[in-house]
Design a protein around this ligand. Structure first.
Ligand SMILES: Nc1nc2c(ncn2[C@@H]2O[C@H](COP(=O)(O)OP(=O)(O)OP(=O)(O)O)[C@@H](O)[C@H]2O)c(=O)[nH]1
Ligand SMILES: [Mg+2]
Length: 332
């Protein structure tokens, strides 16, 4: 995709087509293109409130997100990202299978998008952070990220959030044991959704027992909120628990600490990608072939082989991809 067709002012004005185009680039553009996009948008981002919502499949995350979005759109535009670790590339699909928020999809104050993680080496965390940057620069003041709490990638993604909800349902028992290693420690607020079902008290006791073993994040004891997402019961309590948590994290510097660690991780990953990308583009295949041959014939030792290829592949100075370079690439 050519960055020059990206409509930066359209994105900033929240034009849906411009925003969608930017998110497609974030999902499938080259590292250089993504960095160029961010160069224009980053200064205008970072003011949105990001809420992560994770939990086991079918726990009611989307229904909860829809309820929360309904509250938040009263005062601001809401962006929703459903990060799906299992489905193949969505290719910019507007609504994935996992987001069933029909009630919201026609509201112009809401932008809903699903992003797939499969096919990305090292997880999608950087792309999700970039998508948040785009949406934030587009004026979406509330950003809700839904993800199935299945693995490390999802845990990484959710770390970028200011506040994280872990959604559980009554009667999970062993499931709570199974997921505790992954997501129990990232929950700032625990939601027992589907509390119209049996076993709420039992689940509450199980969560409390696990929380008593966990490290307390910055003096914050995660509250446990009961909800029925389908009817909206408990949503008021949930909204105020989120507000309390956010204010507390802001006041003690935890919000900034999280943003710092998310950006640090982002920077490390993007830097690695950029270096790899440049290295392989600069290294001539013939040179690689020749070095392999010499290795096989024992005419070069492994250390010298690796070092000399590295030197060749990284010989040009590593400055940011300029527009000029992109133009040149297109012509060749
Ligand atoms: N009884 C009851 N059903 C609920 C509640 N919340 C959600 N559901 C139902 O549970 C089903 C799954 O809800 P979703 O919101 O799609 O759950 P999810 O966690 O987003 O699901 P995945 O994204 O597929 O992991 C739907 O049929 C909802 O209507 C609740 O509080 N009580
Ligand atoms: Mg869902």
């Amino acid at each position: 995709m050519d960055n020059s067709v990206l409509d930066i002012s359209g994105i900033r004005n929240g034009d849906i087509r411009a925003v969608s185009g930017a998110l497609s680039l974030v999902e499938s553009g080259s590292p250089g293109q993504i960095l160029e996009l961010l160069q224009s948008l980053h200064p205008f981002s970072g003011k949105s409130r990001v809420l992560g919502v994770t939990g086991s499949p079918g726990a009611g995350k989307s229904t909860l997100v829809e309820q929360l979005a309904r509250r938040y759109i009263c005062s601001e535009k809401v962006g929703i990202l459903a990060v799906d670790p299992t489905s193949p590339f969505s290719g910019g699909a507007f609504l994935g299978d996992r987001v069933r928020m029909q009630g919201l999809s026609t509201d112009p104050r809401i932008y809903i998008r699903s992003m797939a993680t499969r096919g990305h080496v090292g997880g999608l965390a950087p792309s999700v952070i970039d998508a948040l940057t785009v949406l934030s620069a587009a004026g979406y003041a509330s950003l809700l990220v839904e993800t199935v709490g299945a693995g490390q990638d999802e845990v990484d993604i959710i770390r970028a959030a200011g506040v994280t909800l872990v959604v559980l349902v009554p009667g999970m028992g062993d499931d709570i044991q199974a997921i505790k290693a992954g997501i129990m420690e990232i929950g700032d607020i625990f939601v027992i959704n589907k509390s119209d079902r049996e076993g709420v008290e039992q689940t509450r006791r199980e969560i409390e027992a696990l929380l008593s073993l966990a490290d307390v994040t910055a003096g914050w004891t995660p509250p446990i909120v009961e909800t029925v997402a389908t009817t909206g019961e408990g949503i008021d309590e949930l909204v105020s628990a989120i507000d309390d948590c956010r204010s507390y994290f802001l006041s003690i510097g935890e919000a900034r600490k999280r943003e710092f660690s998310a950006h640090r991780e982002w920077l490390e990953r993007r830097l690695s990608e950029e270096i790899m990308d440049r290295f392989w583009r600069q290294l001539e295949p013939a040179h690689l072939q020749e070095t392999v041959r010499r290795l096989v014939d024992r005419r070069v030792d492994p250390l010298t082989a690796v070092r000399s290829l590295l030197e060749r592949g990284l010989s040009k100075p590593l400055v940011g991809t300029s527009k000029l370079e992109l133009e040149n690439e297109k012509q060749t």
